[in-house]
Design a protein around this ligand. Sequence first.
Ligand code: VNL
Length: 187
Amino acid sequence: MHHPLVETLLTQRFRSLAAVDCPVDVYSWLVDETSMTARLEAHCQQLKVTLVDEGFVTAQRLSIDERNALGDEQGTQRFWLREVQLIADGEPWLAGRTLIPEASLQGPEAALMNLGTRPLGHYLFQSSFLSRDYLLPGTMDGLWARRSLLRLAEKPLLLTEIFLPASPLYSPLAEGSSPCTLQTHQK
Ligand code: VNL
């Protein structure tokens, strides 16, 4: 049930991607601004969150690009790390890694440490204080992925999502769609 390499996978280098490198159907998943949990739920009977790792970590557990994204170049802060898998009808579809600077957990945001197996998206998308700095489509270790910097009441959190091979992104429908390349005109 657990994707065997999920912890290692989640710490691979994130490579961002332009729309031209990506089939349109896949791109529409990667840049979807609504809740990914909700979108995946529409493609299966039952979607479950399983916890891979959760707890406070020091900046040593962060990659350089994660530190840069969260503005901790010196590596002095502590972060709440949450790694999950979304399991759809028994198949792992998505691996997610969330990093929240300790300073972002003050006030009501402390609830982010008590999500357990409730999906993060359900918490975030019901908040009226949610905004997004960016959403980058990309790949990690040959799988489709995306990275977003969100803010909850102005306080940053970094989300990385990797779409695992069993997810609908790799289904024949998505594969068969045409890549976004320029069409050549026939005379
Ligand atoms: C979670 C759920 C995280 C769905 C995700 O991406 C996600 C979570 C970071 O519950 O932690 O797409």
